[in-house]
Design a protein around this ligand. Structure first.
Ligand code: NAP
Length: 484
Protein backbone atom coordinates (compact mmCIF):
# COMPACT_ATOMS: atom_id res chain seq x y z
CA UNK A 1 0.00 0.00 0.00
CA UNK A 2 1.43 3.40 -0.92
CA UNK A 3 0.36 6.37 1.19
CA UNK A 4 -0.78 9.35 -0.80
CA UNK A 5 0.43 12.84 0.00
CA UNK A 6 -2.08 15.35 -1.23
CA UNK A 7 -0.34 18.66 -1.94
CA UNK A 8 -1.58 21.82 -0.25
CA UNK A 9 -1.41 25.37 -1.57
CA UNK A 10 1.49 27.47 -0.45
CA UNK A 11 0.96 29.35 2.81
CA UNK A 12 2.21 31.76 5.44
CA UNK A 13 1.67 30.25 8.89
CA UNK A 14 2.30 32.51 11.86
CA UNK A 15 2.65 30.71 15.20
CA UNK A 16 2.09 33.02 18.14
CA UNK A 17 3.99 31.32 20.96
CA UNK A 18 6.20 29.62 18.34
CA UNK A 19 9.02 29.30 20.90
CA UNK A 20 6.82 27.66 23.57
CA UNK A 21 6.57 24.08 24.74
CA UNK A 22 3.67 23.08 22.51
CA UNK A 23 5.30 24.54 19.39
CA UNK A 24 8.63 22.82 20.09
CA UNK A 25 7.16 19.45 21.06
CA UNK A 26 4.21 19.11 18.69
CA UNK A 27 3.57 21.84 16.12
CA UNK A 28 7.05 22.26 14.61
CA UNK A 29 7.95 18.53 14.65
CA UNK A 30 4.55 17.90 13.01
CA UNK A 31 5.27 20.43 10.28
CA UNK A 32 8.71 18.90 9.84
CA UNK A 33 7.14 15.50 9.19
CA UNK A 34 4.88 17.05 6.53
CA UNK A 35 8.02 18.54 4.98
CA UNK A 36 9.71 15.14 5.10
CA UNK A 37 6.92 13.41 3.17
CA UNK A 38 6.92 16.19 0.58
CA UNK A 39 3.68 17.93 1.51
CA UNK A 40 5.18 21.30 2.36
CA UNK A 41 5.14 23.56 -0.71
CA UNK A 42 8.53 24.99 -1.57
CA UNK A 43 7.36 28.52 -0.94
CA UNK A 44 5.61 27.82 2.37
CA UNK A 45 6.70 29.96 5.31
CA UNK A 46 6.37 29.42 9.02
CA UNK A 47 6.90 32.49 11.14
CA UNK A 48 7.13 32.24 14.91
CA UNK A 49 5.96 35.28 16.86
CA UNK A 50 6.78 35.75 20.52
CA UNK A 51 8.15 38.51 22.75
CA UNK A 52 11.65 37.05 23.01
CA UNK A 53 14.34 39.14 21.35
CA UNK A 54 15.92 36.73 18.88
CA UNK A 55 16.76 36.74 15.19
CA UNK A 56 15.93 34.22 12.50
CA UNK A 57 19.17 32.28 12.97
CA UNK A 58 18.62 31.94 16.72
CA UNK A 59 15.09 30.68 16.15
CA UNK A 60 16.32 28.20 13.54
CA UNK A 61 18.90 26.93 16.03
CA UNK A 62 16.16 26.49 18.64
CA UNK A 63 14.03 24.49 16.20
CA UNK A 64 17.01 22.37 15.11
CA UNK A 65 17.45 21.34 18.76
CA UNK A 66 13.72 20.71 19.16
CA UNK A 67 13.64 18.44 16.09
CA UNK A 68 16.62 16.47 17.34
CA UNK A 69 14.87 16.07 20.69
CA UNK A 70 11.33 15.34 19.51
CA UNK A 71 11.59 13.62 16.12
CA UNK A 72 12.67 9.97 16.07
CA UNK A 73 16.28 9.65 14.74
CA UNK A 74 15.24 7.36 11.86
CA UNK A 75 12.77 10.00 10.65
CA UNK A 76 15.28 12.81 10.23
CA UNK A 77 18.63 13.64 8.68
CA UNK A 78 20.69 16.83 8.99
CA UNK A 79 20.00 17.57 5.36
CA UNK A 80 16.27 17.27 5.88
CA UNK A 81 16.38 19.40 9.00
CA UNK A 82 18.32 22.14 7.22
CA UNK A 83 15.84 22.03 4.34
CA UNK A 84 12.97 22.52 6.77
CA UNK A 85 14.72 25.35 8.63
CA UNK A 86 14.80 27.33 5.37
CA UNK A 87 11.03 27.69 5.67
CA UNK A 88 11.26 29.32 9.10
CA UNK A 89 11.37 32.91 10.22
CA UNK A 90 10.90 34.80 13.47
CA UNK A 91 9.30 38.09 14.50
CA UNK A 92 9.43 39.63 17.94
CA UNK A 93 5.87 40.68 18.78
CA UNK A 94 4.10 41.39 22.06
CA UNK A 95 0.50 40.21 21.84
CA UNK A 96 -0.50 42.76 24.47
CA UNK A 97 1.57 45.63 23.15
CA UNK A 98 1.93 47.57 19.93
CA UNK A 99 5.49 46.68 18.96
CA UNK A 100 6.47 44.28 16.23
CA UNK A 101 3.18 44.10 14.36
CA UNK A 102 4.31 46.15 11.36
CA UNK A 103 7.46 44.02 11.04
CA UNK A 104 5.35 40.87 11.15
CA UNK A 105 2.99 42.25 8.49
CA UNK A 106 6.02 42.98 6.30
CA UNK A 107 6.89 39.28 6.35
CA UNK A 108 3.49 38.19 4.97
CA UNK A 109 2.90 37.85 1.25
CA UNK A 110 -0.17 38.78 -0.73
CA UNK A 111 -2.15 36.09 -2.48
CA UNK A 112 -1.02 33.26 -0.21
CA UNK A 113 -3.07 31.39 2.37
CA UNK A 114 -2.63 33.02 5.75
CA UNK A 115 -3.09 31.16 9.01
CA UNK A 116 -2.41 32.36 12.54
CA UNK A 117 -1.92 29.72 15.21
CA UNK A 118 -2.58 31.03 18.75
CA UNK A 119 -0.28 28.71 20.74
CA UNK A 120 -0.42 31.03 23.73
CA UNK A 121 -2.49 31.39 26.89
CA UNK A 122 -6.22 31.91 26.14
CA UNK A 123 -6.05 35.27 27.93
CA UNK A 124 -4.12 36.52 24.86
CA UNK A 125 -6.60 35.28 22.22
CA UNK A 126 -8.72 38.45 22.16
CA UNK A 127 -5.72 40.78 22.09
CA UNK A 128 -4.12 38.94 19.18
CA UNK A 129 -7.39 38.75 17.22
CA UNK A 130 -7.87 42.49 17.63
CA UNK A 131 -4.34 43.41 16.59
CA UNK A 132 -4.37 41.10 13.59
CA UNK A 133 -7.24 43.22 12.30
CA UNK A 134 -6.03 46.63 13.50
CA UNK A 135 -2.59 46.21 11.97
CA UNK A 136 -4.01 44.80 8.74
CA UNK A 137 -2.45 41.32 9.00
CA UNK A 138 -5.64 39.33 8.60
CA UNK A 139 -8.15 39.47 5.79
CA UNK A 140 -11.49 37.75 5.28
CA UNK A 141 -9.75 34.67 3.94
CA UNK A 142 -7.31 34.28 6.87
CA UNK A 143 -7.69 31.49 9.40
CA UNK A 144 -7.01 31.48 13.11
CA UNK A 145 -6.26 28.36 15.13
CA UNK A 146 -6.87 28.35 18.88
CA UNK A 147 -5.63 25.89 21.45
CA UNK A 148 -7.28 24.39 24.46
CA UNK A 149 -8.31 25.19 27.12
CA UNK A 150 -11.20 26.99 25.47
CA UNK A 151 -12.56 28.48 28.68
CA UNK A 152 -12.99 26.95 32.13
CA UNK A 153 -16.79 27.20 32.19
CA UNK A 154 -19.65 28.35 29.99
CA UNK A 155 -19.24 31.99 30.87
CA UNK A 156 -15.52 32.19 30.08
CA UNK A 157 -16.02 30.19 26.85
CA UNK A 158 -18.70 32.67 25.79
CA UNK A 159 -16.34 35.56 26.47
CA UNK A 160 -13.61 33.90 24.37
CA UNK A 161 -16.05 33.18 21.53
CA UNK A 162 -17.33 36.73 21.62
CA UNK A 163 -13.79 38.14 21.64
CA UNK A 164 -12.89 36.17 18.51
CA UNK A 165 -16.24 36.76 16.78
CA UNK A 166 -15.69 40.51 16.92
CA UNK A 167 -12.89 40.15 14.40
CA UNK A 168 -13.33 36.79 12.70
CA UNK A 169 -16.20 34.90 11.17
CA UNK A 170 -16.91 31.42 12.60
CA UNK A 171 -15.79 29.95 9.26
CA UNK A 172 -12.30 31.36 9.93
CA UNK A 173 -11.94 29.97 13.48
CA UNK A 174 -10.32 26.55 14.02
CA UNK A 175 -10.64 25.36 17.64
CA UNK A 176 -8.22 22.48 18.03
CA UNK A 177 -9.00 19.30 19.90
CA UNK A 178 -6.08 17.11 18.88
CA UNK A 179 -8.06 13.96 19.65
CA UNK A 180 -10.09 14.69 16.52
CA UNK A 181 -6.92 14.57 14.46
CA UNK A 182 -6.10 11.03 15.50
CA UNK A 183 -6.23 8.44 12.75
CA UNK A 184 -8.43 6.09 14.77
CA UNK A 185 -10.97 8.76 15.57
CA UNK A 186 -11.51 9.35 11.89
CA UNK A 187 -11.59 5.64 11.41
CA UNK A 188 -14.47 5.49 13.83
CA UNK A 189 -16.43 7.47 11.24
CA UNK A 190 -15.06 5.37 8.38
CA UNK A 191 -16.11 2.16 10.16
CA UNK A 192 -19.56 3.46 11.01
CA UNK A 193 -20.42 5.15 7.74
CA UNK A 194 -18.23 3.32 5.22
CA UNK A 195 -19.47 -0.21 5.95
CA UNK A 196 -22.89 -1.76 5.71
CA UNK A 197 -22.04 -4.05 8.63
CA UNK A 198 -22.10 -1.73 11.58
CA UNK A 199 -24.57 1.09 11.19
CA UNK A 200 -27.70 -1.11 11.20
CA UNK A 201 -26.53 -2.48 14.58
CA UNK A 202 -25.39 0.87 15.97
CA UNK A 203 -28.23 1.47 18.41
CA UNK A 204 -29.73 0.46 21.73
CA UNK A 205 -31.34 -2.62 20.25
CA UNK A 206 -27.96 -4.22 19.52
CA UNK A 207 -25.45 -2.36 21.68
CA UNK A 208 -25.45 -3.17 25.38
CA UNK A 209 -23.20 -0.31 26.41
CA UNK A 210 -20.24 1.81 25.35
CA UNK A 211 -17.06 2.42 27.37
CA UNK A 212 -14.68 5.28 26.77
CA UNK A 213 -11.39 5.22 28.67
CA UNK A 214 -8.58 7.74 28.56
CA UNK A 215 -5.99 6.49 31.06
CA UNK A 216 -2.61 8.06 31.72
CA UNK A 217 0.31 6.82 33.78
CA UNK A 218 1.78 10.26 34.43
CA UNK A 219 0.82 12.35 37.42
CA UNK A 220 0.42 16.12 37.47
CA UNK A 221 3.93 16.82 38.78
CA UNK A 222 5.52 19.65 36.84
CA UNK A 223 2.26 21.35 36.01
CA UNK A 224 0.49 20.83 39.33
CA UNK A 225 -0.59 24.41 39.91
CA UNK A 226 -2.18 24.60 36.42
CA UNK A 227 -3.90 21.24 36.81
CA UNK A 228 -5.17 22.06 40.29
CA UNK A 229 -7.37 24.80 38.80
CA UNK A 230 -8.60 22.45 36.13
CA UNK A 231 -9.04 18.80 37.18
CA UNK A 232 -9.92 15.80 35.06
CA UNK A 233 -13.39 17.07 34.22
CA UNK A 234 -12.21 20.30 32.62
CA UNK A 235 -8.93 18.91 31.29
CA UNK A 236 -10.28 15.74 29.63
CA UNK A 237 -14.03 15.19 29.87
CA UNK A 238 -15.41 18.49 28.61
CA UNK A 239 -13.30 18.36 25.45
CA UNK A 240 -11.56 15.11 24.43
CA UNK A 241 -13.98 12.57 25.91
CA UNK A 242 -17.00 14.61 24.89
CA UNK A 243 -15.72 14.62 21.30
CA UNK A 244 -15.18 10.85 21.32
CA UNK A 245 -18.65 10.37 22.75
CA UNK A 246 -20.19 12.60 20.07
CA UNK A 247 -18.51 10.78 17.19
CA UNK A 248 -19.58 7.42 18.62
CA UNK A 249 -23.18 8.42 19.27
CA UNK A 250 -24.04 10.90 16.51
CA UNK A 251 -26.55 10.28 13.75
CA UNK A 252 -25.06 9.80 10.26
CA UNK A 253 -24.46 13.26 8.80
CA UNK A 254 -25.70 13.68 5.24
CA UNK A 255 -22.18 14.51 4.09
CA UNK A 256 -18.69 14.47 5.56
CA UNK A 257 -18.69 18.24 5.66
CA UNK A 258 -17.89 20.59 8.54
CA UNK A 259 -21.33 21.83 9.50
CA UNK A 260 -23.11 18.57 8.71
CA UNK A 261 -20.79 16.69 11.10
CA UNK A 262 -20.76 19.40 13.75
CA UNK A 263 -24.55 19.76 13.73
CA UNK A 264 -24.86 16.07 14.55
CA UNK A 265 -22.25 16.24 17.31
CA UNK A 266 -24.05 19.19 18.86
CA UNK A 267 -27.32 17.24 18.95
CA UNK A 268 -25.63 14.50 20.99
CA UNK A 269 -24.37 16.96 23.60
CA UNK A 270 -27.81 18.52 23.83
CA UNK A 271 -29.42 15.11 24.26
CA UNK A 272 -27.22 14.18 27.24
CA UNK A 273 -29.26 13.71 30.41
CA UNK A 274 -28.02 15.58 33.46
CA UNK A 275 -25.89 13.19 35.53
CA UNK A 276 -27.09 12.15 38.94
CA UNK A 277 -24.76 12.04 41.96
CA UNK A 278 -24.74 8.24 42.17
CA UNK A 279 -23.54 8.03 38.55
CA UNK A 280 -20.35 10.01 39.10
CA UNK A 281 -17.10 9.02 40.79
CA UNK A 282 -14.29 11.48 41.46
CA UNK A 283 -10.89 10.21 42.47
CA UNK A 284 -7.48 11.50 43.50
CA UNK A 285 -4.30 9.43 43.42
CA UNK A 286 -2.61 8.98 46.76
CA UNK A 287 0.97 8.67 47.87
CA UNK A 288 2.60 5.27 47.57
CA UNK A 289 5.97 4.05 48.81
CA UNK A 290 7.76 5.19 45.63
CA UNK A 291 5.49 7.86 44.14
CA UNK A 292 4.21 11.18 45.37
CA UNK A 293 0.47 11.60 45.78
CA UNK A 294 -1.65 14.26 44.13
CA UNK A 295 -1.45 16.55 47.14
CA UNK A 296 2.36 16.66 46.94
CA UNK A 297 2.38 16.95 43.14
CA UNK A 298 -0.10 19.81 43.13
CA UNK A 299 1.68 21.51 46.02
CA UNK A 300 -1.73 22.18 47.55
CA UNK A 301 -2.15 20.07 50.69
CA UNK A 302 -5.90 20.83 50.89
CA UNK A 303 -6.74 20.26 47.24
CA UNK A 304 -10.02 18.55 46.42
CA UNK A 305 -9.31 18.59 42.68
CA UNK A 306 -10.04 15.30 40.93
CA UNK A 307 -7.32 13.48 38.99
CA UNK A 308 -9.86 10.81 38.02
CA UNK A 309 -13.49 10.84 36.89
CA UNK A 310 -15.82 7.99 35.98
CA UNK A 311 -19.42 8.51 34.94
CA UNK A 312 -22.41 6.72 33.58
CA UNK A 313 -24.10 8.83 30.93
CA UNK A 314 -27.44 8.46 29.20
CA UNK A 315 -28.25 9.97 25.84
CA UNK A 316 -31.94 10.75 25.71
CA UNK A 317 -32.89 10.00 22.13
CA UNK A 318 -34.42 7.13 20.17
CA UNK A 319 -31.14 5.59 19.14
CA UNK A 320 -29.60 5.30 22.59
CA UNK A 321 -32.46 4.91 25.04
CA UNK A 322 -31.36 2.07 27.33
CA UNK A 323 -27.69 1.98 26.28
CA UNK A 324 -25.46 3.68 28.85
CA UNK A 325 -22.12 5.24 27.99
CA UNK A 326 -19.54 4.72 30.74
CA UNK A 327 -16.60 7.09 30.61
CA UNK A 328 -13.48 7.26 32.75
CA UNK A 329 -10.25 9.16 32.69
CA UNK A 330 -7.47 9.53 35.17
CA UNK A 331 -3.83 10.08 35.90
CA UNK A 332 -1.31 7.68 37.45
CA UNK A 333 -3.33 4.68 36.33
CA UNK A 334 -2.00 1.23 35.50
CA UNK A 335 -1.23 1.93 31.84
CA UNK A 336 -1.49 4.56 29.16
CA UNK A 337 -4.52 3.61 27.15
CA UNK A 338 -7.24 5.46 25.23
CA UNK A 339 -9.96 3.27 23.89
CA UNK A 340 -13.61 3.21 22.91
CA UNK A 341 -15.31 -0.12 23.43
CA UNK A 342 -18.63 -0.95 21.83
CA UNK A 343 -20.06 -3.93 23.64
CA UNK A 344 -22.83 -5.57 21.62
CA UNK A 345 -25.68 -7.42 23.27
CA UNK A 346 -25.53 -11.17 23.71
CA UNK A 347 -27.18 -13.32 21.11
CA UNK A 348 -30.85 -13.80 22.04
CA UNK A 349 -30.64 -17.60 22.08
CA UNK A 350 -27.71 -19.98 21.90
CA UNK A 351 -28.31 -23.07 19.84
CA UNK A 352 -25.11 -24.47 21.36
CA UNK A 353 -26.44 -24.54 24.90
CA UNK A 354 -26.24 -22.16 27.82
CA UNK A 355 -22.68 -23.09 28.88
CA UNK A 356 -21.06 -23.31 25.46
CA UNK A 357 -19.06 -20.08 25.85
CA UNK A 358 -19.05 -16.44 24.90
CA UNK A 359 -21.85 -14.89 22.89
CA UNK A 360 -21.27 -11.13 22.74
CA UNK A 361 -19.26 -9.22 20.15
CA UNK A 362 -17.07 -6.31 21.03
CA UNK A 363 -15.54 -3.61 18.85
CA UNK A 364 -12.58 -1.79 20.38
CA UNK A 365 -11.23 1.36 18.83
CA UNK A 366 -7.76 2.07 20.21
CA UNK A 367 -6.43 5.61 20.07
CA UNK A 368 -3.26 4.72 21.93
CA UNK A 369 -1.08 2.81 22.14
CA UNK A 370 -0.97 0.76 18.91
CA UNK A 371 -3.63 2.75 17.09
CA UNK A 372 -6.11 0.41 15.50
CA UNK A 373 -9.26 -1.56 16.00
CA UNK A 374 -10.23 -5.02 16.94
CA UNK A 375 -13.51 -6.78 16.63
CA UNK A 376 -14.06 -9.76 18.86
CA UNK A 377 -16.07 -12.43 17.14
CA UNK A 378 -17.18 -15.77 18.43
CA UNK A 379 -15.92 -18.92 16.74
CA UNK A 380 -15.66 -22.58 17.61
CA UNK A 381 -12.76 -23.43 19.85
CA UNK A 382 -10.45 -25.45 17.61
CA UNK A 383 -10.03 -29.16 18.23
CA UNK A 384 -12.20 -31.90 19.63
CA UNK A 385 -14.45 -31.48 22.64
CA UNK A 386 -17.72 -30.54 21.05
CA UNK A 387 -19.12 -27.15 20.17
CA UNK A 388 -17.26 -24.94 22.64
CA UNK A 389 -17.25 -21.28 21.63
CA UNK A 390 -14.43 -18.81 22.06
CA UNK A 391 -13.93 -15.08 21.34
CA UNK A 392 -11.10 -14.19 19.00
CA UNK A 393 -10.00 -10.74 17.82
CA UNK A 394 -10.04 -9.67 14.20
CA UNK A 395 -7.06 -7.42 14.76
CA UNK A 396 -6.62 -4.28 12.67
CA UNK A 397 -3.61 -2.69 14.36
CA UNK A 398 -2.60 -0.09 11.80
CA UNK A 399 1.11 -0.84 12.09
CA UNK A 400 0.35 -4.45 11.08
CA UNK A 401 -2.26 -3.74 8.43
CA UNK A 402 -0.49 -0.81 6.78
CA UNK A 403 3.06 -2.10 7.24
CA UNK A 404 5.83 0.52 6.76
CA UNK A 405 3.24 3.00 5.48
CA UNK A 406 1.90 3.27 9.04
CA UNK A 407 5.00 5.38 9.81
CA UNK A 408 3.80 8.00 7.37
CA UNK A 409 0.36 8.27 8.92
CA UNK A 410 0.35 11.87 10.09
CA UNK A 411 0.03 12.50 13.78
CA UNK A 412 -2.89 14.55 15.05
CA UNK A 413 -1.24 17.98 15.00
CA UNK A 414 0.24 17.76 11.52
CA UNK A 415 -3.01 16.48 10.04
CA UNK A 416 -5.02 19.26 11.69
CA UNK A 417 -2.61 21.98 10.60
CA UNK A 418 -2.83 20.74 7.00
CA UNK A 419 -6.63 20.83 7.33
CA UNK A 420 -6.37 24.47 8.36
CA UNK A 421 -4.34 25.21 5.24
CA UNK A 422 -6.91 23.35 3.13
CA UNK A 423 -9.70 25.30 4.84
CA UNK A 424 -11.45 22.18 6.13
CA UNK A 425 -13.12 22.68 9.53
CA UNK A 426 -14.66 19.21 9.87
CA UNK A 427 -12.25 18.10 12.60
CA UNK A 428 -12.44 21.34 14.58
CA UNK A 429 -14.93 22.32 17.24
CA UNK A 430 -17.52 24.94 16.48
CA UNK A 431 -18.25 27.67 19.03
CA UNK A 432 -21.77 26.42 19.86
CA UNK A 433 -20.43 22.88 20.40
CA UNK A 434 -17.89 24.08 22.95
CA UNK A 435 -20.52 26.14 24.74
CA UNK A 436 -22.98 23.22 24.82
CA UNK A 437 -20.28 20.99 26.31
CA UNK A 438 -19.61 23.54 29.05
CA UNK A 439 -23.35 24.01 29.65
CA UNK A 440 -23.57 20.27 30.38
CA UNK A 441 -20.36 20.14 32.45
CA UNK A 442 -20.87 23.29 34.55
CA UNK A 443 -23.62 22.01 36.89
CA UNK A 444 -21.58 18.89 37.70
CA UNK A 445 -18.51 20.95 38.58
CA UNK A 446 -20.59 23.48 40.56
CA UNK A 447 -22.16 20.69 42.60
CA UNK A 448 -18.68 19.36 43.43
CA UNK A 449 -17.42 22.77 44.37
CA UNK A 450 -20.43 23.35 46.61
CA UNK A 451 -20.10 19.96 48.31
CA UNK A 452 -16.34 20.53 48.75
CA UNK A 453 -15.78 16.81 49.45
CA UNK A 454 -12.58 14.80 49.24
CA UNK A 455 -12.40 12.76 46.03
CA UNK A 456 -12.13 8.98 46.51
CA UNK A 457 -8.48 7.96 46.94
CA UNK A 458 -6.81 5.45 44.61
CA UNK A 459 -3.37 3.93 44.40
CA UNK A 460 -0.94 4.89 41.66
CA UNK A 461 -0.73 2.09 39.16
CA UNK A 462 -4.29 0.92 39.87
CA UNK A 463 -7.44 1.15 37.73
CA UNK A 464 -8.81 4.01 39.81
CA UNK A 465 -11.01 4.07 42.90
CA UNK A 466 -13.07 1.05 43.93
CA UNK A 467 -16.18 3.20 43.49
CA UNK A 468 -15.49 3.37 39.75
CA UNK A 469 -15.48 -0.41 39.49
CA UNK A 470 -18.71 -0.50 41.47
CA UNK A 471 -20.31 1.93 39.00
CA UNK A 472 -20.24 -0.86 36.42
CA UNK A 473 -20.62 -3.85 38.73
CA UNK A 474 -23.94 -2.66 40.04
CA UNK A 475 -25.23 -2.84 36.43
CA UNK A 476 -23.71 -6.33 36.02
CA UNK A 477 -21.07 -4.99 33.67
CA UNK A 478 -17.28 -4.69 33.85
CA UNK A 479 -14.74 -2.19 32.64
CA UNK A 480 -12.28 -3.48 30.13
CA UNK A 481 -8.93 -3.94 31.82
CA UNK A 482 -6.55 -0.99 31.61
CA UNK A 483 -3.38 -2.28 29.97
CA UNK A 484 -0.95 -1.17 27.31
P1 NAP B 1 4.60 28.07 26.98
O1 NAP B 1 5.64 27.02 26.89
O2 NAP B 1 4.48 28.87 28.24
O3 NAP B 1 4.85 29.07 25.76
C1 NAP B 1 4.14 30.26 25.62
C2 NAP B 1 4.59 30.93 24.33
O4 NAP B 1 3.85 32.14 24.19
C3 NAP B 1 6.06 31.30 24.31
O5 NAP B 1 6.53 31.21 22.99
C4 NAP B 1 6.04 32.77 24.76
O6 NAP B 1 7.19 33.41 24.29
C5 NAP B 1 4.76 33.23 24.05
N1 NAP B 1 4.15 34.41 24.68
C6 NAP B 1 3.81 34.56 25.98
N2 NAP B 1 3.29 35.78 26.17
C7 NAP B 1 3.30 36.42 24.97
C8 NAP B 1 2.89 37.70 24.53
N3 NAP B 1 2.39 38.62 25.36
N4 NAP B 1 3.05 38.00 23.23
C9 NAP B 1 3.58 37.10 22.35
N5 NAP B 1 3.96 35.87 22.72
C10 NAP B 1 3.84 35.53 24.01
O7 NAP B 1 3.13 27.50 26.70
P2 NAP B 1 2.75 26.18 25.88
O8 NAP B 1 2.86 25.01 26.78
O9 NAP B 1 3.48 26.17 24.58
O10 NAP B 1 1.18 26.40 25.64
C11 NAP B 1 0.66 27.32 24.71
C12 NAP B 1 -0.87 27.16 24.69
O11 NAP B 1 -1.19 25.85 24.26
C13 NAP B 1 -1.54 27.34 26.05
O12 NAP B 1 -2.82 27.90 25.86
C14 NAP B 1 -1.69 25.90 26.55
O13 NAP B 1 -2.77 25.78 27.44
C15 NAP B 1 -1.99 25.21 25.24
N6 NAP B 1 -1.66 23.77 25.24
C16 NAP B 1 -0.40 23.37 25.54
C17 NAP B 1 -0.11 22.01 25.51
C18 NAP B 1 1.29 21.52 25.79
O14 NAP B 1 1.48 20.30 25.72
N7 NAP B 1 2.25 22.38 26.08
C19 NAP B 1 -1.10 21.08 25.18
C20 NAP B 1 -2.38 21.54 24.86
C21 NAP B 1 -2.64 22.90 24.90
P3 NAP B 1 7.74 34.77 24.98
O15 NAP B 1 7.75 34.53 26.46
O16 NAP B 1 9.09 34.98 24.36
O17 NAP B 1 6.79 35.84 24.60
Amino acid sequence: MVSRVIPVETFDLVIFGGTGDLARRKILPGLFRRFRVGQMPEEARIIAAARGDMDRAAFQAMVRDALIEFVEPEARSSEMIEGFLNHLDYASVDAMGESGWDTLRGKLRDGKIRAFYFSVAPSLFGAIAERLKTYGLANEDSRIVVEKPFGRDLESAKILNKGLAEYFDESQIYRIDHYLGKETVQNLMAVRFGNILFEPLWNAQYIDHVQITVAETVGVGGRGSYYDKSGAMRDMVQNHIMQLLCLTAMEPPARFEPDAVRDEKLKVIRALDPVTVQDVVRGQYQETSDLAGYLEDSENPDSNTESFVAMKLEIANWRWQGTPFYIRTGKRLRARMSEIVIRFREIPHSIFGADSGSKANELSIRLQPNEGMDLRVTIKEPGPGGMRLVDVPLDMTFAKVLGPDADDVPDAYERLIMDVIRGNQTLFMRGDEVEAAWAWTDPIISAWEEADKRPAPYDSGSSGPEEALALMHRDNRRWKEIRS
